[in-house]
Design a protein. Structure first.
Length: 331
């Protein structure tokens, strides 16, 4: 299951579909096929793995992160393909709560041994934003910050339109941000950040991740004119979305309407504070550089001057010379 989740997690998100990976094992436990869902309308992970395994699938075990679908969507039910392949056992991690669900029971009725198992919670974590948006009717929000050890997000006196002066963290951390962007449906920022930094906010991971999902929707919130900025130009041509200053819940409602289930918040302290105060940050990813800046802007300012975010599932990983802290916001 770890392998199946890793396959699904290493590609561009097949937005608006969930990320799914599958591995097929022969009776001796050797891998004979692997697959992942690369884009909406393309083959599902199970079908890709079955194609790789070919005739060897007969009598084999399929391990898949999400319950195989039983519905006739754009690509046909996976359950039928599994039955036709001669697979004798299916292990899946997460039940599908949508109209496509129920495939596990169908397979069992047809005589296949079906087990639900995710010992390391790898698939559950991977699918959390998708499950969350189905449950709550709003996207899961990951707040990304690049900060100094003392929590400053801007260097003193830096010309923030010059990336060399603006960047706080290492090239490795910035690459990780590109990978994150490739895996979300939208990136949310503010007029203030666009006017200060003139960012592009596109996903440019190197090497590129497999998959062909569209670039995330870039959303800029605020009243000020963005004339002379690259995102201002993209909004004018309809390639990005500009929203007037509004409560964060309204931003997320617009994204939900567009089918976004995971949004990355990349902004300064005030918009982050508005999201945090509204209880609309679900997870954070902070890249902390080995520098103390005592800079002009902290990562977060509360709109009414006070508050706190309690964190759980704290994971710290070294990346380049930085630390990456990933945590869930506790409610
Ligand atoms: N290191 C990092 O990770 C990182 C990431 C992004 C940005 N930054 C830095 O952050 C700096 C900007 O930070 P900041 O704190 O000044 O600005 P900010 O939080 O990025 O944006 C504040 C602006 O957001 C707009 N806005 C829309 N809805 C809002 C709401 N509900 N509540 C509050 N504001 C709302 C308003 O624009 P209007 O006034 O136009 O309505 C407001 O002035 C930039 O210099 C940039 O370099 C750093």
């Amino acid at each position: 299951m770890l392998q199946a989740a890793a396959l699904a997690g290493a590609v561009v998100r097949p937005w608006p579909n969930p990320p799914v990976g599958a591995v097929i094992l022969d009776p001796a436990g050797r891998e004979i096929g692997r697959g992942w869902h690369e884009r909406a309308g393309g083959p599902h992970a199970e079908v890709a793995a079955l194609a790789a395994a070919g005739n060897r699938a007969r009598g084999a075990t399929m391990v898949v992160t999400l319950e195989p679908c039983r519905h006739r969507g754009r690509t046909g039910p996976c359950t039928e393909r599994i039955l036709a392949s001669g697979i004798s056992r299916v292990v899946y991690a997460v039940a599908d709560p949508t109209a496509a669900g129920g495939g596990a029971a169908d397979l069992q009725r047809a005589g296949i041994s079906v087990v639900r198992d995710d010992p390391h919670q790898a698939a559950a974590v991977l699918l959390e934003p998708w499950l969350f948006h189905l449950r709550t009717k709003r996207p899961w929000v990951t707040w990304k910050v690049a900060a100094s050890l003392d929590g400053s997000i801007v260097r003193n006196g830096a010309d923030t339109r010059d990336p060399q002066q603006r960047w706080i963290t290492s090239p490795e951390s910035r690459q990780e941000v590109h990978r994150l962007r490739a895996q979300v449906g939208a990136i949310v920022t503010s007029t203030a950040t666009v006017l200060d930094d003139d960012p592009l906010l596109t996903a440019r991971p190197q090497p590129p991740l497999p998959g062909r999902a569209p670039d995330p929707l870039r959303v800029v919130v605020g009243e000020r004119s963005l004339a002379g900025t690259r995102l201002g130009a993209a909004i004018a041509t309809g390639e990005a979305l500009g929203l007037p200053r509004c409560p964060p819940a309204e931003v997320l409602a617009v994204l939900h309407e567009r089918g976004v289930h995971h949004a990355l918040l990349e902004c300064g302290s005030r918009l982050a504070g508005a999201f945090a105060a509204a209880g609309l940050i679900d997870e954070l990813i902070w890249f902390i550089a080995p520098v103390i800046l005592a800079g002009p802007i902290p990562a977060l300012s509360w709109p009414n001057g006070e508050g706190d975010l309690s964190l759980a599932h704290w994971r710290v990983t070294p990346i380049g010379v930085d630390l990456c802290v990933r945590a869930r916001v506790q409610r």
